[in-house]
Write a protein that binds this ligand. Structure first.
Ligand code: ADP
Length: 221
């Protein structure tokens, strides 16, 4: 139902809330690109681009990368043709300044209004999910030793590449990412609520169960 209209989605949620997993499923379902600033920054870091080099230290410590670096990246990405029918932003915006820059850009481009999903997960469970997480450095797919093990231990189901633990999934960086979320990203919930764009969704439970809550909240099913 309504799957042909332009869908401009944001997935909000703390580190470990399942944004990446759910956005990937949504991108497949709606045939729109998943735009993950975390994945884009990790790629830039691997490629040792100027952006990657500037972002490196912040990311390893679990701090947010400065707004101006990330905003430029997203502005460029959203204007690529594949984002014409819609997009799903995963990990952006993460500050009020980023949210305002996004509003300005979408207005300038004459795009349809945003729909924002807030994936809610209690902090104790976030920490549990982040320790034991493995990801594929090639395609960004995410796994978990306990909650979502890959079919072949240590290898990506999709590309068979070797899985690694993210540097920022180490305990100190995890703590810092949750602090950054509370201080800088959580205020976006209120920002979008006031604009009546917010759909809160319970992020506890099986991947499929959470996905169907999201599709219901967005009236896709
Ligand atoms: P998670 O949501 O699991 O913390 P991401 O993969 O989305 O992880 O992001 C990893 C890191 O990349 C963040 O801790 C931060 O350093 C950087 N980053 C990603 N997106 C943004 C953003 N929109 N603004 C600032 N920094 C960002």
């Amino acid at each position: 139902m309504n799957e042909n209209k332009e869908r401009n989605l944001i997935l909000l949620g703390a580190a470990g809330a399942g944004k990446g997993t759910q956005s990937q499923k949504m991108a497949t379902r709606l045939n729109i690109p998943q735009i993950s600033t975390g994945d884009m920054l990790r790629q830039a870091r691997r490629d040792q681009t100027p952006l990657g080099k500037s972002a490196d230290g912040y990311m390893t410590r679990g701090e947010l990368v400065p707004d101006e670096l990330v905003i430029g990246l997203v502005e460029e990405r959203l204007q690529k043709p594949d984002a014409g029918p819609g997009f799903i932003l995963d990990g952006f915006p993460r500050t009020l300044e980023q949210a305002r820059a996004l509003d300005t850009l979408l207005k300038k481009l004459g795009r349809a209004p945003l729909q924002v999903v807030d994936v809610q997960v209690p902090e104790a469970l976030l920490v549990e999910r982040l320790s034991g997480r493995l990801s594929c450095p090639k395609d960004g797919a995410s796994y978990h030793l306990k909650f979502a093990p890959p079919k072949t231990p240590g290898h990506c189901d999709r590309c068979q590449g070797a899985l690694t633990e993210r540097a920022d999934d180490k305990p100190d960086a995890v703590k810092q990412r949750l602090v950054e979320y509370r201080n800088k990203t959580a205020p976006l919930i209120d920002y979008y609520h006031q604009q009546r764009l917010l759909h809160p969704v319970d992020g506890v439970g099986e991947v499929e169960a959470v996905f169907s809550r999201i599709t219901q909240a967005l009236q896709l099913s």
